[in-house]
Design a protein around this ligand. Structure first.
Ligand SMILES: CC(C)(COP(=O)(O)OP(=O)(O)OC[C@H]1O[C@@H](n2cnc3c(N)ncnc32)[C@H](O)[C@@H]1OP(=O)(O)O)[C@@H](O)C(=O)NCCC(=O)NCCS
Length: 147
C-alpha cells in the first residue's frame, strides 16, 4: 500500500500531535489544529496502513491558499514522502481552482526550504524579525507557487 491523503479529524489529533511535538521546534497545539479544522481549512493527514505518516494544513482564501504547516514523522523523513505529500496538496489546491499557494518559512529551516524549492516554489519576499527564535527573532521567507 502507498500512503494516501484523507481529511484530518479530531480522533487523529493524538497521533498528529505526537509527530508535531517531535519534529517542530515551535509546534502547533491541539487548539491550533482544532481551530484550523473548525475554520474549514484543508486539514489533511497522510496515512498508510492506519498509521499517520504526516499531515498538512492549507488555509483557503478566495483564489489562493497559504500552507500553514506540513510535517512528516521523524522515522519516515528523507524518503521522498514530504515531497509526495506536498505534491498531493498542490493537486488538491488545483482541483479547488486556486491560483497560487503561498507559505512562510524560517530561512534556517534548510530542509523545508530545500523541499519547497525542489517542489517549484519561488522566493517572494523576506519578512524581517517575523518569528520568535532562540536568538530573539528570526526572518520569514515568503514563497509562492503559481498553480
Ligand atoms: C520538511 C519535511 C516535511 C520534509 O519531509 P521529508 O519527507 O523529509 O522530505 P523529502 O524526503 O520528500 O525531501 C524532499 C526534499 O527536501 C529536502 N530535504 C529533505 N531532507 C533534507 C535534509 N535533511 N537536509 C537538506 N535538505 C533536505 C531535499 O531537497 C529533498 O529532496 P532530495 O531528497 O531529493 O534531496 C520534514 O523534514 C519535516 O516534517 N520537518 C519538520 C517540520 C517542518 O519543518 N515543516 C516545515 C515548516 S511547517
Amino acid at each position: 500500500m502507498s500512503p494516501a491523503l484523507r481529511p484530518m479529524n479530531a480522533a487523529d489529533l493524538d497521533q498528529v500531535l505526537r509527530i508535531e511535538n517531535n519534529v517542530h521546534a515551535y509546534p502547533w497545539t491541539r487548539g491550533n489544529f482544532r481551530d484550523a479544522m473548525n475554520s474549514h481549512y484543508l486539514c489533511q493527514v497522510y496515512e498508510m496502513d492506519n498509521e499517520i505518516l504526516g499531515y498538512a494544513v492549507l488555509m483557503l482564501a478566495v483564489d489562493e491558499a497559504q500552507l500553514l504547516i506540513i510535517g512528516i514523522a521523524a522515522a519516515y523523513q528523507r524518503q521522498g514522502l514530504g515531497g509526495r505529500l506536498l505534491g498531493e496538496i498542490m493537486n488538491a489546491a488545483r482541483r479547488l481552482n486556486l491560483q497560487r499557494i503561498i507559505l512562510e518559512v524560517r530561512p534556517s529551516n534548510v530542509v523545508a526550504l530545500g523541499l519547497y524549492r525542489k517542489s517549484g516554489f519561488s522566493e517572494l519576499a523576506l519578512r524581517r524579525d517575523y518569528y520568535p527564535s532562540a536568538a530573539g527573532r528570526e526572518d520569514a521567507m515568503v514563497m509562492e507557487y503559481l498553480l
